[in-house]
Ligand binder design. Structure first.
Ligand code: ADP
Ligand code: MG
Length: 695
């Protein structure tokens, strides 16, 4: 419910003075439909006007000249601008218009009249000139602002007009109760909300435009806090949904002792967090984040065993057939041995298999279902589903996850959700993208891994690379060879990959598999399976090497045109090797011909050479994009913030996240004075209707 104090801000922009039918669509497009949206439109620049004379005019700055109109020098015609000469005591100032009517200008500037003109000073043939000046009569002198904010303008809507409208919107802005913590606000020395908006629209110097200006920080924090509150609320809504109480039992112990290794400290920690949620009686929503090879599957296996031990069913869903099979092959022997009947459900089951398996799930004879998209289809019924584990969660839509979760028994409550991701992301991104989930991180890899030696090699030395590769293949190694998307069209990329595969087949004299994105799924999986089973020693692939595929014998990764990949992507690719006991190598080939390596590309490759820590790489990737790649950020799941910049306001984001938890923790119904103020803040930004992608 929207508090009445906000009604003026949630009025249509058309209610503002000066918004006629002609500019209405332009304003809506530029700012948004509401008065609030104009109020939240930040100036992007600043004009400082200085009084000047013809003699002391400074080129490039904006001057105000007190002049008398002398005469129309050039009346203008197509291709030639209109030119009016004016004078002050010190010399001439020429006023220029491209297009427009000389008659109109003559009427505006009658000979002998005094005017104040303002605009950016230029020099042409050593004469002072102003193109398209702003003109004021002496009576209007106090309308000339010494400092004026500049707004993003659009065709048909000048910055001037927007400024007037923004001022109108500001007049509609009420004083609102303070929602920020008093001590925090005092410490940051930020203005109150309304004062911050007034300052936003009235910058007096360049620093006022920077993200760390107090007013801008304050508004950014408000926005981040509102968003984090919305996410925290969703988290709470889930938490008050009852769900089956799941605790470890004998099956868990048996699976644990069947694992051929000891869990790492990170795995134990994540498992403890998951078990705390599962036993709480509240619905779990947790993301298990860990680099490729960090051992997420074992953690998931224990959660599946816990569900079985507590008398419930569970499901593990993977995005591809090959991954689902791999999970099934690894987990079902352990689960079965622990007395937990496990089935595989994929799109490739025969009708008879399918019928039997669906029957086993519905009757409760099967306790764990491992599978693909086949799992959430309508025909799939569970007897007592308590836990859904989703591997590579970003490969599924929100709907698909919800369809699986909806298969629980309403009498026992909601289905616990454990999602897993092998894409380490910076904490900032985690908070905005997954803010409503709890997060466990596997920050440590299982022991016994041989680090991958990474080398950065110019493409020109590809012949040498091939020679070394041949020697390695001859002694029984397996290798990936990655061809990126380099050409304009997919068809020619494909041709390049095919040509490369043919080259390598000839040079190496071995079977070479080729996997690419345009292959039908089953065909591609067959190629992958040949490689996984060691039938082909070398696999040429475009970027589609399946995430999560584990071929321990593969110890060499060659990536062509590595400089054209993103950092995170390179890290993912490299993660395919270094999984076995053999020492592994990753060769990053860069540049074609003699085009040098750009600075960012160089830092990327160097970062990769230096570290294998996915979280560190993610932070660095994030930082490198900070130079301005709003598109990239959007793609990585950032909501469209108006004031906040998740990179520059990183610290504010972390603080806002803590703050949101604290506020709701102390005052869940938001009835305290601060709680009530916080409700106004939430209504002001209205994140509920404005959701970023993932959950
Ligand atoms: P991911 O997190 O990428 O899904 P996996 O679960 O597939 O990683 O694990 C990668 C490999 O590491 C598997 O071969 C698995 O058996 C092994 N592994 C997992 N945990 C440990 C551990 N604690 N000690 C040794 N090996 C482990
Ligand atoms: Mg995995």
């Amino acid at each position: 419910m929207r508090p009445p104090s906000l009604f003026p801000l949630f009025a249509e922009v058309s209610t503002l003075k000066g918004v006629g039918p002609k500019i209405l669509p332009l304003v809506q497009k530029l700012a948004g439909p509401l008065v609030r949206d104009l109020l939240f439109l930040s100036p992007s620049g600043l004009i400082v006007r200085r009084p000047m004379t013809a003699a002391n005019a400074v080129e490039g700055l904006v001057g105000v000249f007190d002049i008398v109109i002398d005469r129309l020098l050039v009346p203008g015609k197509p291709g030639v601008p209109i030119k009016v000469r004016a004078t002050d005591d010190t010399g001439f100032v020429h006023l220029i218009w491209f297009g427009g009517s000389a008659q109109h200008i003559d009427r505006l500037l009658p000979k002998g009249q005094r005017r104040l003109v303002s605009g950016k000073v230029e020099r042409f043939n050593n004469e002072v000139q102003i193109v398209h000046p702003d003109i004021f009569t002496p009576a209007q002198a106090d309308e000339i602002a010494a400092v004026e904010p500049v707004y993003p303008a659009t065709q048909g809507l000048t910055s001037r007009v927007i400024r007037k409208l923004a001022q109108g919107a500001l007049e509609q802005a009420p004083e609102l109760p303070e929602w920020q913590d008093a001590a925090w606000l005092a410490k940051r020395r930020w203005p109150g909300w309304r004062a911050a908006l007034a300052a936003l629209h009235a910058p007096t110097a360049e620093p006022d435009l920077l993200p760390d200006a107090p007013a801008r920080q304050r508004l950014a924090y408000d926005e981040l806090l509102a968003h984090q509150l919305a996410l925290a609320r969703r988290r709470r809504a889930r938490q008050i949904t009852p769900a089956p109480v799941v605790t470890p039992g004998e099956a868990s112990t048996r699976v644990l002792s069947a694992l051929p290794f000891e869990l790492t400290a990170a795995q134990l920690q994540a498992l403890a967090e998951i078990r705390r949620d599962l036993a709480s009686g509240e619905q779990m929503g947790r993301l298990l984040q860990g680099d490729v090879g960090s051992g997420k599957t074992a953690v998931a296996a224990l959660a599946l065993a816990d569900a079985a031990a507590s008398g419930f069913q569970s499901a593990l869903m993977a995005p591809t057939e090959i991954l689902a099979r791999q999970h099934f092959q690894r987990l079902s022997p352990m689960l079965e041995a622990a007395g937990v009947p496990t089935i595989l459900l994929t799109g490739r089951d025969t009708p008879a298999e399918r019928r039997t398996r669906l029957g086993a799930l519905a009757s409760g004879a099967a306790r764990v279902a491992i599978g693909t998209h086949a799992l959430f289809q309508d025909a799939v019924r569970f007897d007592s589903l308590a836990l859904a584990v989703i591997d590579e969660q970003h490969r599924f839509g929100v709907n698909e996850r919800q369809r699986l979760q909806a298969k629980g028994d309403p009498r026992t409550g909601g289905v616990h959700l454990l999602t897993m991701s092998a894409t380490p992301i910076p904490r900032t991104l985690e908070l905005t993208q997954y803010g409503e989930l709890e997060v466990s991180r596997l920050t440590e890899k299982p022991p016994g891994r041989t680090p991958v030696t990474t080398a950065v090699v110019p493409q020109a030395r590809i012949g040498e690379v091939a020679k070394r590769l041949k020697a390695a293949l001859d002694s029984g190694a397996q290798a990936y060879w990655i061809c990126p998307l380099v050409a304009e069209s997919e068809a020619s990329d494909l041709a390049a990959a095919e040509a490369r595969a043919a080259d390598l087949r000839r040079i190496m004299g071995v079977e070479v598999g080729l996997a690419h994105g345009q292959m039908p799924g089953p065909e591609r999986e067959a190629v992958m399976a040949d490689f996984a089973d060691g039938r082909t020693p070398l696999l040429v692939a475009t970027t589609v090497v399946e995430v999560g595929v584990d071929v321990p014998n593969a110890s060499i990764m060659v990536i062509e045109h590595a400089d054209r990949f993103g950092l995170a992507q390179l890290h993912q690719l490299r993660g395919r090797v270094g999984r076995g006991t053999a020492a592994s190598t990753c060769l990053l080939l860069y540049g074609g011909g003699d085009d040098g390596l750009g600075e960012t590309a160089r830092i990327r490759l160097e970062t990769l050479r230096r570290t294998e820590d996915g979280f560190e790489i993610a932070e660095e990737d994030f930082r490198l994009r900070g130079g301005g790649d709003p598109l990239g950020l959007k793609q990585s799941g950032f909501p469209a913030y108006r004031f906040a910049d998740p990179i520059r306001h990183r610290d504010l984001l972390l603080a806002a996240s803590d703050d949101a938890r604290l506020v709701l923790g102390r005052d869940p119904d938001l009835t305290s004075p601060r709680g009530e103020a916080v409700q106004v803040l939430e209504a002001l930004f209205d994140w509920r209707n404005d959701r970023p992608g993932a959950d």
